[in-house]
Design a protein around this ligand. Structure first.
Ligand code: PLP
Length: 402
């Protein structure tokens, strides 16, 4: 490969750009993971994580990808043959369903069109019909990274409450945590699944489960085999700042720094920034005359925008051209959406000028690839970004999540 000057634009929806501060924090000599300095590091991290998950519950950190954290959620709470409701919102919801099936869970997959989130009314109807309380859990992907559609967890919780059904609520926040407002305690979530490489601005390598008291009670009788993923040993050791097996020490250095940065910016400001950048992106897409995959404006993702390619044009060929000409990586269309969409990631360590550059790359790419579109997308985004929307986005976020 020949040298390319300037920074590569990594506009995939995770793994995201890693801030230099985080990289520097990780670039440290390893310390004894059974010593007191390490214990202090871990206890600091748990305190910071609780503010991000908005919980006082136990949070477990696995040296793993998000997929591992999915498995941990299932095997700690369920027994073979248990019925679980899952929803086909896109590629990642499908993978989680396939995993549950492979593990011997009787997962019911409610069909979806990959353009909408989970319908709270449908959750209510399905749980109301289950008079015998056979369903043990409802599993939802908060931000479907393959489609740019966000499910409304607060409303799903309310729908579940109306049925007084005892099913656990499990939520995948792998691409939403620390980018979109999320409330583990307030929304009565039993297991929140997350990982390091998206809103937390770290490399891939840490998986998380936040677990309610109800989930821990379910774990007492769950019969799914588990060893590496067992919560009990983790929680017992974590109390004093330690782990039952070797933790990813340098990832934890990075995590402490990332949590500090979020605290300095203020979590609501982090959410408002994501809201502002995503709105600017959608304005650009509309001005280009292209179609946003997500059909319900209430479910637009603040993390990424999936854009439909006009008929007869291949999204991957366009992405390839953008990479070669402008050194920018855009997200590919996954499975059902292969070649049909490209995804613009606008999450993590990201700001107005980085977005402006990314949108310029897309607009130049559309022209260079001969994709029919109107000019003016970048201008539409710049107009929006040059107005001071900071206050409006912050109050909108606070009002929406109240
Ligand atoms: N769930 C969602 C919503 C994701 O976006 C991803 C990965 O991008 C996963 C699960 C799987 O996580 P990982 O690839 O870290 O195993």
């Amino acid at each position: 490969m020949s040298f390319r000057s300037g920074r590569h634009f990594l506009q995939i929806p995770g793994p995201t750009n890693i801030p230099d501060r985080v990289l520097r924090a990780m670039d440290s000599p390893i310390i004894d993971h059974r010593g007191q300095d390490f214990a202090r590091l871990v206890l600091d991290i748990f305190a910071g994580l609780k503010t991000v998950f908005k919980t006082s519950a136990d949070i477990i950190i696995f040296p793993s990808s998000g997929t591992g954290a999915w498995e941990a959620a299932l095997v700690n709470t369920l027994s073979p043959g248990d019925k679980v409701l899952m929803f086909e919102t896109g590629h990642f919801a499908t993978l989680w369903f396939q995993m549950a099936t492979q593990l011997g869970i009787a997962a019911e997959f409610v069909p979806g069109d990959w353009r909408h989130g989970v319908d709270p009314e449908q959750v209510e109807n399905l749980l109301s019909a289950d008079r015998g309380h056979i369903i043990k859990a409802v599993a939802v992907v908060h931000n479907e990274t393959s489609t740019g559609v966000t499910s409304r967890i607060g409303e799903i919780r309310k729908a579940m409450d109306r049925t007084a059904h005892p099913a656990l609520l499990m939520v995948d926040t792998i691409s939403s945590l620390a980018s979109i407002d999320y409330r583990h305690d307030e929304w009565g979530v039993d297991v929140t699944v997350a990982c390091s490489q998206k809103g937390l601005m770290l490399p891939p390598g840490l998986g998380f489960n936040a677990v309610s008291a109800k989930a821990r009670a379910a774990a007492k009788t769950a019969r799914m085999p588990k060893s590496y993923w067992n919560w009990n040993e983790m929680i017992a050791n974590n109390k004093s700042g330690f782990f039952p097996y070797t933790p990813a020490t340098n990832m934890l250095f990075g995590l402490r720094e990332a949590l500090l940065m979020m605290q300095e910016e203020g979590l609501d400001n982090v959410f408002a920034r994501h809201a502002r950048l995503s709105e600017a992106t959608r304005r650009a897409v509309r001005a280009w005359g292209l179609e946003i995959l997500c059909l319900n404006p209430e479910e637009y993702s603040n993390v990424l925008t999936a854009v439909l390619m006009p008929e007869g044009h291949d999204a991957d060929r366009f992405r390839e051209l953008v990479l070669q000409r402008f050194d920018m990586s855009l997200g590919t269309g996954l499975t059902k959406l292969k070649g049909r969409v490209f995804r613009i990631g606008h999450l993590g360590d990201f700001n107005e000028l980085m977005l402006a550059g990314s949108l310029c790359g897309v607009e130049m790419g559309l022209t260079a690839a001969g994709v029919p579109h109107k000019n003016g997308g970048v201008l539409a985004a710049l107009d929006y970004l040059s107005a001071d929307n900071t206050m409006r986005e912050t109050s909108r976020i606070t009002a929406r999540s109240a």
